[in-house]
Design a protein around this ligand. Sequence first.
Ligand code: HXC
Length: 275
Amino acid sequence: MNTENSLNSKFVTEGSWRADLFKGKVAFVTGGAGTICRVQTEALVLLGCKAAIVGRNQERTERAAKEISGLVKDEDAVLAIADVDVRSFKQMEDAVRITVQKFGRIDFVIAGAAGNFICDFANLSPNAFKSVIDIDLLGSFNTAKACLKELKKSKGSILFVSATFHYYGVPFQGHVGAAKAGIDALAKNLAVELGPLGIRSNCIAPGAIDNTEGLKRLAGEKYREKALAKIPLQRLGSTRDIAESTVFIFSPAASYITGTVLVVDGGMWHLGTYF
Ligand code: HXC
């Protein structure tokens, strides 16, 4: 387990949240075996939630489920649903059915599965652009749509995972920026359409989060030194920062918040450039 990107019981005993905040709740998380969404899941589970994590890679998804379950010493706390591609609505429907068979309900949805690579516009093939749009945007749509019936029953809450790239132009990230802009739009649209059903829909937009695959690929090792000049709060973000905001959004404290993109980036995007 990567301890830099993992929570432990101190999150409950020394943290800001009540230990049983999410007791009886169930989360459905795509990308839950990845870095950011995994720690989001850890936080929910440490606060009493059960979770299903959905991923493409069987070994990775099952290992993550086992490790997150281990945090609460309950091997049934997290269900791994592997060999699922968010681009397939049918596979997402099946994953939702398996989750409900196991846990009986879905209260929280994190649509976090994402694909990314660095590529300039001149070399970006139409299929490469489409692949990222399909994983990030269509995948988010499929996730929310497959969960809709359960969210109606639970009056639940959806959290999409966006970015800040599309607030300005970030070189070599046109495909991702376009997809994330669509995700923001989708989150706002669902807030308006599903609000009357008691369902909240929000987005979280992480900034530069330390020790993540995305940041390593995008910025390389030199990024850390440059960051202080670019981030008003004078530090890179942590996966815990994203997890804390996730807990807030799903908590009753945020019950009047919907259609919001919560930017968690230390104030970085206000400087108007990523690098
Ligand atoms: C240019 C590339 C490329 C690259 C793939 N392609 N990698 N083009 N540069 N590095 C092109 C291929 O040539 C092909 O186009 C098309 O993309 C589809 O490639 P496939 O490999 O067939 O697609 P697929 O197997 O579906 O893989 C999707 C993927 C891959 C996005 C390309 O990287 C992936 O599965 N990633 C998931 C994991 C991941 O990326 N996680 C990071 C998330 S971090 P042609 O024309 O040849 O057919 C994140 C946060 C960002 O998103 C924040 C950063 C700070």
